[in-house]
Ligand binder design. Structure first.
Ligand SMILES: Cc1cc2nc3c(=O)[nH]c(=O)nc-3n(C[C@H](O)[C@H](O)[C@H](O)COP(=O)(O)O)c2cc1C
Length: 190
């Protein structure tokens, strides 16, 4: 058996009925066999304050350790006012700190989004890609998964019912796993 690729996924919404959280849950079933997806809930991450960096809150420490232990990261983001929600940005800001201890450093990533609107969170994704530049992360470019009109894609239990969307999510996870393996090989060869 080959190496298992460990992916840490988190969604930028705290809403109980969140479409993005539901999309992330759907990914559990659509992850390739050679990978394992663990979900981290951003609930409990306090607002960022640089004053607390020297004594990181316990939940932030836990988050940072999970990211560091993962081979790859899966971001699932809503779009708020054409950008990523404060909840997600806040968590990213914590995990990128303190200076010199960016937990995301060099990690491969995949991004997907769900929105009730027509563009499926595309604008938020491109803002997140910009953030990834500073974090020195390597997001896969394709496929891009934008779940538009999210209210029509999930059933009442929050299960991703739309078959086409399930195929897109599966394709993104496959791309993330092969991209991660490629980056791992290049790191070993260096
Ligand atoms: C503060 C706020 C701003 C929003 N801005 C946008 C937006 O810019 N673009 C968009 O497509 N949807 C926007 N929406 C609608 C969200 O796509 C919708 O609420 C979605 O369900 C949020 O994701 P969630 O279900 O995972 O919580 C906004 C919603 C909120 C609460």
């Amino acid at each position: 058996m080959g190496t298992v690729i460990n992916i840490l996924g988190f969604a930028g919404s705290l809403r109980k009925g969140s479409y993005n959280r539901a999309l992330l849950r759907a990914a559990l079933d659509l992850t390739p066999r050679e990978a394992r997806l663990e979900i981290f809930d951003l609930e409990g991450i306090p607002p960022f304050s640089q004053d607390l960096e020297s004594q990181m809150p316990e939940r932030v420490r836990e988050f940072k350790n999970k990211i560091k232990a993962a081979d790859a990261v899966l971001f699932v983001t809503p779009e708020h006012n054409y950008s990523i929600p404060g909840v997600l940005k806040n968590a990213i800001d914590w995990a990128s700190r303190p200076h010199g201890d960016n937990s995301f450093e060099g990690k491969p990533a995949a991004i997907m989004s769900a929105s009730t609107g027509m563009l499926g969170g595309a604008r938020a994704q491109y803002h997140l890609r910009q953030v990834c530049v500073y974090l020195n992360m390597f997001p896969v470019n394709k496929p891009e998964v934008f779940v538009s009109f999210a209210g029509q894609k999930f059933d009442e239990q929050g299960t991703l019912a739309d078959e086409k969307t399930r195929e897109f999510v599966k394709g993104l996870l496959e791309a993330l796993v092969s991209w991660t393996k490629r980056l791992m090989t290049e790191t070993v060869q260096k």
